[in-house]
Design a protein around this ligand. Structure first.
Ligand code: HEC
Length: 105
């Protein structure tokens, strides 16, 4: 529990600069496009979720979960394992800035 809180605090600390945008995001996302499509907009299989426009916090959490193995997906565990903390935030920032999961008003 305390570790979870510490993690949350450290995530908040990096949230602001990551939202400012980082060019490492799009570059790093090239490999992800093979399955999630360009800018995370056009998944190649029905099992692959769209990433474009997903919430920044959600993407960070889920990538950390895949990285640690607490969310299990053979593909995504392998993809997230080598990612650094900064890369996770850059990718989350990149995908959350794409047009995508918008709700109708
Ligand atoms: C070989 C295909 C493939 C590649 C490459 C791939 N993914 Fe995925 N991704 C998947 C699949 C399949 C799922 C669904 C897994 C599950 O059910 O948990 C997924 C799930 C996700 C999710 C969870 C989305 C949600 O709505 O819960 C995120 C975030 C994600 N991928 C990010 C990435 C990133 C970032 C990269 C590049 C570093 C990447 N993926 C590369 C196939 C891929």
């Amino acid at each position: 529990m305390i570790r979870a809180l510490a993690l949350g605090a450290s995530l908040l600390a990096v949230l602001t600069p990551a939202l400012a945008g980082d060019e490492a995001g799009p570059k790093k996302a090239e490999v992800c496009a093979a399955c999630h499509g360009p800018a995370g907009k056009k998944p190649t299989t029905p099992e692959t979720p769209r990433l474009a426009g997903q919430e920044y916090d959600y993407l960070v959490h889920v990538l950390i979960d895949y990285h640690k193995g607490t969310r299990v997906s053979p593909i995504m565990n392998a993809m997230a394992k080598p990612l650094t903390d900064k890369e996770i935030h850059d990718l989350a920032s990149y995908y959350s800035r794409q047009d995508g999961l918008t709700s109708k008003r």
